[in-house]
Design a protein around this ligand. Structure first.
Ligand code: GYE
Length: 320
């Protein structure tokens, strides 16, 4: 007899005797979660949200940090399969290269939920759903803010430098595409340089230093795919003797506390929100999937744009 069957028989016998088993006798749901890493304030908030939500939902969470490396994520997923977890969830560091390992999960009949970032697989049945933001829209929002800003100074050309996120990651690809779509054909907006800084402060500073060395005062705008890279770049701009937020207008994405602090100091002009608090929705979705309930293929979270003018008012409400 299987353990579950034995539990059932025992519970049935007790029920007949008028005794019900306490709720904690039910087997807790086990989720294996492979996180990208700890590259940004956003990521830290995302990890805290997932761990807290698991605790609150009575879910056993097996958490693995991939340190921004796909091979570590593949290893973690294989180990979750070997451990026969109920659900595998992960935030894929890059979009491509997932077919094989996801087929292995499917063969083991373990449902896969994507959080935050998308994968590029031909067979969409390899995952149940993707919970996260619309990164193309975030890029468009950043672009629209800049188009409006440019309108206020007609005739002036604005030279842009761009700090991209991790090469091959969904947010880097999509935020670039959304931004380009909006600024395309605008005679005032010119892309001078674009390069990855891997979503980190240290790299943001380093790459901005190189941009400044090459183009100096010709740079009018910085578009950073996340706040951390913008914050690193702010340091580089200050060290070069320029005023971030004034000499160089800065547009970034995420809306973390660090960005609000920078806006309140007048060093960052706008941040496009990206919500990292995906934990509660992940737990609920995992429970629904295991219970056999239908879930939507795409669950998108609500987000806003925060220009510097509203930073001080909004700061106390920020949860990450
Ligand atoms: O914007 C960035 C993080 O995937 C949305 O990853 C996430 C991005 C986020 O490193 O700060």
């Amino acid at each position: 007899m299987t353990v579950q069957r034995r539990t059932f028989v025992a519970a049935a016998a007790l029920a007949m005797a008028g005794i019900t088993l306490p709720a904690f006798a039910a087997k807790p749901l086990v989720i294996g979660f492979s996180q990208v890493g700890a590259e940004s304030e956003w990521r830290t908030a995302n990890t805290v949200s997932i761990k807290d939500a698991a605790k609150k939902a009575g879910v056993t969470l097996k958490f693995a940090d991939a340190q921004q490396r796909q091979e570590n994520q593949v290893k973690a997923i294989r180990s979750f399969i070997a451990q026969k977890v109920d659900v595998i969830a992960f935030s894929p560091v890059v979009e491509s290269g997932w077919d094989t390992v996801l087929r292995e999960a499917k063969a083991a009949k373990i449902p896969v939920i994507l959080t935050d970032r998308d994968v590029n697989v031909a067979d969409k049945s390899l995952y149940v759903t993707l919970i996260g933001s619309d990164f193309v829209e975030e890029g468009r929002r950043a672009g629209r803010w800049l188009v409006d800003y440019a309108k206020k100074q007609p005739g002036k050309t604005l030279n842009i430098v761009e700090l991209q996120g991790t090469v091959g990651s969904a947010p880097a690809i999509d935020r670039k595409a959304g931004f380009e779509e909006v600024i395309k054909g605008n005679p005032q907006l010119k892309m001078l340089r674009t390069q990855t800084a891997e979503f980190t402060r240290a790299k943001g500073k380093e790459v901005m230093e190189a941009f400044l060395k090459a183009h100096g005062k010709n740079i009018n705008v910085l578009y950073a795919h996340n706040d951390d890279m913008a914050i690193g770049a702010i340091q580089a701009i200050e060290e070069a003797g320029l005023k971030p937020g004034k000499d160089i207008v800065i547009v970034s994405v995420d809306g973390v506390r660090g960005a609000f602090e920078a806006m309140m100091q007048g060093k960052l002009n706008v941040t496009v929100e990206c919500n990292p608090l995906l934990g509660p929705l992940l737990m609920q979705t995992a429970k629904d999937v295991v219970a056999g309930k239908p879930v939507q293929k795409r669950l998108v979270v609500e987000e806003r744009v925060f220009p510097a003018e509203v930073a001080a008012k909004e700061f106390p409400n920020r949860k990450y």
